[in-house]
Design a protein around this ligand. Structure first.
Ligand SMILES: *Cc1c(COP(=O)(O)O)cnc(C)c1O
Length: 362
């Protein structure tokens, strides 16, 4: 039974990618695999808009978030974390587990950060080593301005670490131009791959921190990953070979369509979804139009319609999956993913069904 996933990841997968995933295994210590790793790196560099290598690791997105923390810092170092939702909070949790000195800049869900708070933290803490920020905050739909923070950190020793896991591809992201020092991405969002692999790119500035970091690590030791890649075009541990092979194909599809073209298409799609959901009586959760991203549209209602029941009904009756709220917004919001293969037609079809449900149940 196939389902239409209208969620902000995982996504449905293009047929070309599915075909590769079903192929028999190859071995990761031989030349055919080395070639794939090299090609994948070159393609990822284009998608990240960077001259730096992009390393592929076998883990979910959270694994590469942890990779950034344990490789770029040392015990007790001071970092600031922009927390505008569930995934910003995850960086806070990881940094605290590893004993970093965390300054948390926490905002209400649905809001983006205030640049003055970041300027203040930088000016008041000359021992600040890093700033963590989420590009697209998947729990709320907010898209944070990364470029503006890069302007503040570029001529300093402060590292800018960005979670682009759900933000990349459908929203503009430029690693080099925006002065990012470490970006982490996952396979199951804009890349249209299954979950299981994740990507890390780091700047020369971040590489210096890498060789000084004293936090404990083994599987996620980026020095080992880099060494294996540089010397052999391999990964230190057995990787998710089928997903890596599929990633090469997925990147080809994205580059063929053109990253800028994809962003134009998804900006249109997202704005269409925003207009249509309001006609159905939903309110947009992100009030500031400048802070809305293309990854998802988050909505709530002011009447008593049970959103969890609506979601279950759409899923059970029509095999269409939409996302609910996370954490304290469980049951209070709906999140419509706008990633990948989804089209205006898919949304029209969904909205007809939602309209019918509302008429019958409200
Ligand atoms: C999906 C996602 C993650 C990672 O989640 P995993 O379940 O570990 O893959 C992290 N940050 C953001 C913004 C995400 O959307």
């Amino acid at each position: 039974m196939s389902k239409l996933l209208m969620t902000p990841g995982p996504t449905n997968i293009p047929t070309e990618v599915q075909n590769i995933l079903g192929q028999d295994m190859i071995h990761h210590r031989f030349d055919d695999f080395h070639k794939i790793m090299e090609n994948l790196n070159e393609k990822l560099k284009k998608i990240f808009f960077t001259q730096n290598d992009v390393y592929t690791m076998t883990c979910s997105g959270t694994g590469v978030m942890e990779t950034a923390v344990v490789n770029l810092f040392s015990k007790g170092e001071k970092v600031a974390i922009v927390n505008v939702g569930n995934f910003g909070k995850r960086f806070v949790q990881i940094c605290k587990v590893y004993g970093l000195n965390v300054i948390e800049l926490e905002y209400n869900w649905g809001e983006t950060y205030n640049i003055n708070d970041i300027k203040k933290v930088i000016s008041e803490n000359n021992d600040l080593k890093g700033i963590f920020v989420t590009h697209s905050e998947t729990s709320t739909g907010v898209l944070n301005n990364i470029k503006a923070i890069g302007e503040l950190t570029k001529n300093s020793d402060i590292l800018l670490i960005v979670d682009v896991i759900s933000g990349m591809i459908v929203n503009e992201f430029r690693f080099d131009e925006w002065n990012v020092d470490c970006a982490v991405a996952g396979s199951q969002k804009g890349f249209l791959l299954p979950p299981g692999i994740a990507f890390v790119s780091i700047s020369d500035k971040a590489k210096k921190a890498l060789y000084k970091s004293d936090l404990p690590k083994f599987y996620f030791d980026l020095k080992v990953t880099i060494k294996y890649y540089n010397e052999k075009k391999e990964t230190p541990w057995t990787p998710a070979i089928p997903i890596i092979r599929a990633a090469e194909v997925a990147c080809d599809l994205l580059l063929k369509e053109g990253i800028e073209n994809i962003q134009i298409k998804h900006t249109k799609l997202r704005k269409y979804v925003e207009d249509e959901v309001q006609k159905l009586g939903f309110k947009l959760f992100v009030k500031n139009p400048e802070a809305r991203g293309n990854t998802l549209v988050t909505v709530y209602r002011e009447d008593n319609l049970d959103l969890t029941k609506l979601r279950d009904y759409i899923d059970n009756e029509y095999n269409i999956t939409i996302a609910g709220g996370q954490g304290k917004y469980n049951g209070k919001i709906l999140r419509f993913g706008c990633l990948g293969l989804l089209t205006i037609q898919d949304f029209n079809n969904l909205f007809k069904k939602i309209k019918k449900y509302i008429e019958e149940n409200n």
